[in-house]
Design a protein around this ligand. Structure first.
Ligand code: TEU
Ligand code: CA
Length: 573
């Protein structure tokens, strides 16, 4: 296994350095990564086949979306056995082989830990629903109905009520996600112990970390009170950052995490800066870092009538303000994770950049520069390093995602949204945009499968694919490779202090990073026009400054070309 600087016990405590701060993570969504046996579904042997590709890219850690046994109501985020592999993905032997090969190549594996809920087919839930005095009854959250209706007005993240009636015992169980994802009762110490045992089992196997699914939701508010209902009649559960969440994470840290040298990241929708300082405190008592989602939402000006189904785009000043708040707010106190995309978001180049033939590549490189030069641990989502785009499916039948399909039904049937409007939302923000198969080459199905893929391949795979890009020094792939190399070689990119310049500028994102007596000036043009760099900024760049990286050749001194990104490096006193 690759040895990192600052392994456990060898951390540079004075400077607060850690290997996971210096690492770059790559997220794999296994179902869509590589199919090794022609059934149209990506699998573990497919991942093993492609590890060399990731080695070439230079990443340190893979975040593996769930590969556990699952009936796939939510593509593996509904787990029926935490210690078994999903049949479609392979066997535990395949898993062990993948892990061993990754370690040989110096790549670490971070598992997706989905423990806010299980599948309703998990043995615990099968028992739990049998009777009110079953030993597993209190593993889940059961309540009596109120006046023949649900126990409260909480809505599920996947439409409809967050409660499902179970005739067996004439009671309802809570499911913040789909009906097949009942929420675990974290207030029950037995639940916590079973989860911690399972985590220790994976750690003993030699895995290197956990990405914790909706970990901010595990502690439910006392008395499960009604919330303020929205347009569809349901309220937000208000479970984010619940009363005991930090207590439970400290317990997890004590009983599991602190015994191993792990990378840990909590998915924390609804997290505030103050809360993040607790989850990801530099004192190491909970997790290494969290994912916050403020910068990938529709922003304070979005109308939020239908939750995420809103195509408002934040203005650049608002977006910069949010990202900068997280940069400076956590400085020295906690640690950021940096991402623009994942399996729940649209493709970054389609949402934040410009995916037209003319600007796709250069804007993808600009976005990468803007993100990877910040302080935090960067996450690359599969295909992002190729500049893969949204699927833009025209037909509802092409969508697979439970969130998209349920929302289509609810919004068109009960909220008065037209078919056309909803199809527009789906094209922009359906999770399936990120879930089309990885584009390996220009052969049939982009080289992902020899069979029929479980979801359609993006029609642009003949021009956008890994085979073409790995050999092209000017490709988006090669650019990512360079960004990753630079981060590994320059402490300033990892640890430098961040400062935003020109906050009101509507076209340019400009910031500095300062470390010891060096500074980086990061300049990004978010428009398809030439933009003049403000004179005050130019004045700060000394004549002998070097260009560390740029996505444009033949830079003009005081002008940024459409989607140009340029990073200067120079000494400061
Ligand atoms: O997502 C958590 C989450 O908050 C989602 O509801 C998110 O807001 C939504 O997908 C955005 O459209 C995690 C996983 O990342 C997601 O894939 C799962 O479906 C979900 O938890 C349930 O496990
Ligand atoms: Ca397969």
């Amino acid at each position: 296994m690759q040895v990192f600087k600052y392994e456990r016990g060898k951390e540079d405590t004075v400077l607060n350095k850690a290997w996971w701060k210096e690492a770059v993570v790559y997220q794999i969504y296994p179902r869509s990564f590589m199919d090794s046996n022609g059934d149209g579904i990506g699998d573990l042997n497919g991942i093993t086949e492609k590890l060399e590709y990731l080695k070439e890219l230079g990443i340190d850690v893979i975040w593996l979306s769930p590969v556990y046994q699952s009936p796939n109501d939510d593509n593996g985020y509904d787990i029926s056995d935490y210690q078994a592999i999903m049949e479609e993905f392979g066997t535990m032997e395949d898993y062990d082989r993948m892990l061993a090969r990754a370690h040989e190549l110096g790549i670490k594996i971070m598992m997706d830990l989905v423990v806010n809920h299980t599948s309703d087919e998990h043995a615990w839930f099968v028992e739990s629903r049998k009777s009110v005095d079953n030993p597993y009854r209190d593993f889940y959250i059961w309540r009596k109905g109120k006046d023949g209706k649900e126990p409260n007005n909480w809505g599920s993240c996947f439409s409809g009520s967050a409660w499902k009636y179970d005739p067996q015992t004439d009671m309802y169980f809570l499911h913040l996600f789909s009906k097949k994802q009942p929420d675990l009762n974290w207030d029950n110490p037995k639940v916590r112990d079973r989860v911690f045992d399972m985590m220790n089992w994976w750690c003993e196997k030699g895995i290197d970390g956990f990405r914790m699914d909706v970990i901010s939701l595990i502690s439910k508010p006392e008395g499960l009170p009604d919330g303020v209902p929205g347009e569809n009649g349901y309220a937000d559960s208000g479970c984010a950052n619940g009363p005991h969440v930090h207590e439970y994470l400290k317990e997890m840290n004590k009983k599991v995490l602190s015994h191993y040298n792990l990378i840990t990241v909590g998915e924390a929708s609804g997290v505030t800066l103050e809360e993040a300082k607790k989850y990801a405190s530099a004192d190491g008592s909970e997790l290494n870092m969290v994912f916050q989602f403020e910068h990938v939402g529709s922003g304070p000006e979005g109308n939020n009538r239908f939750g995420k189904w809103d195509s408002h785009k934040m203005s650049l000043p608002v977006w910069k303000k949010i990202l900068s708040k997280w940069q400076t707010g956590l400085e020295g106190k906690a640690w950021n994770s940096l991402f623009l995309a994942n399996h729940d978001q649209p493709r970054s180049v389609s949402w934040f950049g410009n995916d037209s033939a003319e600007y796709r590549e250069i804007s993808a490189k600009m976005l990468a520069t803007c993100l990877h030069m910040m302080q935090g641990t960067p996450y690359v989502y599969q295909g992002e390093e190729l500049g893969m785009c949204n699927a833009y499916f025209d037909k509802l039948e092409d969508y697979r995602d439970i969130e998209s399909l349920n929302a289509y039904k609810e919004l068109t049937e009960t909220c008065g949204v037209s078919h056309e409007e909803m199809m527009g939302y789906l094209k922009r923000i359906s999770r399936d945009n990120a879930r089309t198969p990885m584009q390996w080459d220009d052969s049939a199905n982009a080289g992902f499968t020899t069979g029929t893929p479980w979801i359609k391949v993006n029609s642009n795979y003949k021009t956008v694919n890994a085979k073409q890009q790995t050999t092209d020094p000017d490709s988006v792939f090669s650019y990512y490779k360079e960004l990753i190399r630079l981060r590994h070689e320059n402490d300033i990119i990892v640890y430098g202090e961040y400062e935003l310049l020109e906050p009101q500028n509507e076209e340019l994102f400009i910031y500095t990073r300062t470390w010891n007596n060096e500074q980086l000036m990061v300049l990004c043009n978010f428009t398809d026009k030439d933009v003049v760099i403000p004179a005050a900024v130019m004045a700060q760049i000394p004549a002998d400054a070097q260009i560390l990286i740029s996505n444009h050749v033949g830079n003009l001194e005081a002008v940024l070309r459409p989607y140009e990104a340029r990073v200067y490096r120079y000494n400061v006193k």
